[in-house]
Design a protein around this ligand. Structure first.
Ligand code: DOR
Ligand code: ZN
Length: 356
């Protein structure tokens, strides 16, 4: 940002380097077409999650999916999807080598089997993928982890903390050179763990985990559109996440985890996990950073730290945010064929808007 701009507290306009989203669910078919414009309007690149059915677990599947994403882009969009490989216990090291060599895979994703949406093909026993992790450490392909254990005896609110002890810490010790992203961090324990590690461990943080705690989901009635995994935790956790995101520490960066599901799949007896925040991710973040007195650190969190972790160039383009005198109207739903996709409601009025 140029030094001639007025102090941030007085600014009505914020010009940022164009952001990237380091964790995104784009889905496929009608849904893909409906949700992609919101991301492509704001973000230059995004790490695209591979949890389709069937999962994106081969080079060919990732190439074909990348092509479908490119075809669904609005005309003239410069958005670049960065593809990931879904790790299964059958994945071959050669698949990862080939995918990286051909410029298809930017990273590979570890879903503990049963941890979340479309994770059934994931990994039940981490030891079975040690040959893959050895290869990834060698070739420098980052490992993205959904950091929750699936043991039914472990309370849903403790699953991230237990994952650190039972899986992540042993993994870090066995593969110290492996670059790992602890995805969608939700707990103070997770923040403390990342802070205590080397630069080989980074973490994405979502806009919604900076805004909601578990009371927002459960007090006064169940709010299915605030249900995601890992689930939002106590307010002390939310506050720790806010401190991490606004600290300027380069190990923390934005991954929206925008995860759309049709309203009918959210508002039912057994609703799906996932929050669709792509349309208002940046206005929500600007407001959070403003509340924390850290607007001058927003650009690093959304536009620099992630690229630096992945060893990718920073974007050259810019994005302008305007602070308006009147709040934006409550977010309306996005339609995909017959389906309606509810946009994340932060529970407060949004004053920041993405401008041209
Ligand atoms: O809430 C979530 N939704 N968490 C995940 O890990 C997956 C995602 C989805 O794909 O819907
Ligand atoms: Zn996700």
């Amino acid at each position: 940002m140029s030094e001639s701009q007025p102090p941030i507290s007085a600014r009505k306009r914020l010009v940022l380097r164009r952001p990237d989203d380091w964790h995104l669910h784009l889905r496929d078919g009608e849904l893909l077409k409906a949700v992609l414009p919101a991301t492509a309007r704001v973000f230059e690149r995004a790490i695209v999650m591979p949890n389709l059915v069937p999962p994106v677990a081969t080079v060919d599947a990732a190439l074909a999916y990348r092509e479908r994403i490119r075809k669904a882009l609005p005309r003239g969009s410069a958005f670049t999807p960065l593809m990931t490989c879904y790790l299964t216990e059958e994945t071959l090291p050669e698949t990862l080598r080939e995918g990286q060599r051909r410029g298809v895979f930017t990273a590979a994703k570890l879903y503990p089997a049963g941890a979340t949406t479309n994770s059934a093909a994931g990994v039940s026993d981490i030891h079975r993928i040690h040959p893959l992790l050895t290869t990834m450490e060698k070739i420098g392909l980052p490992l993205l982890v959904h950091g929750e254990v699936v043991d039914p005896a472990v309370d849903i609110f403790d699953r991230e903390a237990v994952f650190i002890e039972a899986v992540l810490d042993p993994l870090r010790k066995q593969f110290p050179g492996l670059r790992i992203v602890f995805e969608h961090l939700t707990s103070a324990a997770g923040v403390a763990y990342v802070q205590a590690q080397s630069a080989h461990l980074g973490a994405t943080i979502t806009p919604h985990h900076l805004i909601i705690n578990r009371n927002h989901i459960l007090v006064g009635g169940i709010r299915p559109h605030l249900y995601c995994l890992p689930i939002a935790k106590r307010d002390a956790d939310r506050q720790a996440l806010r401190r991490a995101a606004t600290s300027g520490d380069p190990r923390f960066f934005l991954g929206t985890d925008s995860a759309p599901h049709p309203r009918s799949a959210k508002e039912c007896a057994c609703g799906c996990a996932g929050i669709f925040n792509a349309p208002n991710a940046l206005p929500c973040l600007a407001q959070v950073f403003e509340e924390e007195g850290a607007l001058d650190r927003l650009e690093a969190f959304v536009s620099a730290h992630g690229a630096q972790f992945y060893g990718l160039p920073l974007n050259k383009g810019q994005l302008t945010l305007h602070r308006q005198d009147r709040p934006a109207p409550a977010p309306s739903a996005v339609h995909a064929g017959q389906a309606s996709l509810q946009v994340f409601d932060p529970g407060f009025a949004l004053y920041w808007a993405v401008g041209d």
